[in-house]
Design a protein around this ligand. Sequence first.
Ligand SMILES: Nc1ncnc2c1ncn2[C@@H]1O[C@H](COP(=O)(O)OP(=O)(O)O)[C@@H](O)[C@H]1O
Ligand SMILES: [Mg+2]
Length: 430
Amino acid sequence: MRRSKRSSMLVRERYRVHAAKYLGHGSQGTVCRALDEISGVPLAAKLFSAAQAKAGAHEAEVLRRVDGCELVTAYVDFCELVKPSEDGEVSGVVLPPASVLLMEFVTGGDLLARLLAGGAVAELSARSVFADLACAIAHCHSRGIAHRDVKLENVLLDMDGRVKLADFGLAAIVRTRLDEAERLLLDRCGSKAYVAPEVIASSAQPYVGSAVDVWAAGVCLFAMVAAFFPFDIACPQRDWRVPHVLAAQAHGDSSCLVLFALAQRPCPFSQPLLDLLDRMLLFDARARASLDEVLRSAWLQALTDPDAGAWRAPNDAASELASDAAAATAEAQASETCVSGPQEELGAPVEVIVLDDTAGDVFRSVSLSRLDADQPGATTFDDVVTDADVYRSLALAVGLVPSGVSKAVPALCRMPACNGWAALGRDHVL
Ligand SMILES: Nc1ncnc2c1ncn2[C@@H]1O[C@H](COP(=O)(O)OP(=O)(O)O)[C@@H](O)[C@H]1O
Ligand SMILES: [Mg+2]
């Protein structure tokens, strides 16, 4: 492989790609540091060789579709270097790259490294990370994307310990519209310890991508709290534990208890966690918990110690939202600044489907909640529409959104389609 003294290249006369500042490598590409020289923002760049170019274009397309959620690595740009005239200027693994995917740079490393360094995670901490992960996956599903490679290595963490789901190299577009049924998938892919049984079953049938993500998220959660993986591979012929677990599931017994018994260790899981994981790790994909059920599970809905971390359980957020809204109503009535608007109760979420103007058929489902514009962190409809051109069609969202919307809905809250999460504040709003 040819190497030159220089180890950086400029892409689109804007992005400085530092191939020598290596961040990671996998089957699909090599990731290194980059810099947006115009804005000064540090980035991550995934470099694809000519042989990987198709995969690169697919990953970029998927990342564009899921962009706009703080829990998913943000898409920045995708550049196909038709004439790699800067041949030799990059000293990374790919020389020269055929294409470069530019993404947000996530600084906190991945969840596997965190676990390897620190060992098992207490339920309370695991819950905050898992809530983020489940919401990130729900967001992807709401955009018609099944990730198919959810695993600890692909769950990156930012400086605050918040999740950034990464690596959409194996993701599949399973729907292009919300009202479409999920397209079944056939290709056998994933990572050994995380792949759902239906993907690798000998009588391979088409499978549901979203159910595969639930299984993999269950494996992540199990591994986080147990510090071992439930299976080497979820196949009865290839992992001796699988027949025992299948027998337990046939009798309605707990898979987790069986797994701990086989490991000759006491099970430290609380009953709500046990219940949740038993539902997520069901071999029968049709009986497995949906992501919606996961988000509504007792374990995730449980009250947390407010001092224990940044995460708030979905219900906490929702009830806080409702009480904030009630307070806002009272305040607004008192000062007679209450704006006219929809007939729905303040704080009551209204589901709407919003089309993304710039990305063709990309869609999303959002919940809007009426709040007071003066509320800290509230963002007006006008702000959103002006700040993010991509959501121009928001104001045109179906009839559920009231007329005269820019003044009638002073603030927005977003939830994934599953309604499992609500958040306030500029960073969270659409
Ligand atoms: N946006 C990012 N910010 C920081 N590190 C990243 C980023 N994307 C990927 N990485 C690092 O590079 C590794 C490989 O990237 P990934 O997209 O998972 O590629 P692969 O498909 O080859 O597994 C990741 O495990 C992570 O350590
Ligand atoms: Mg990866």
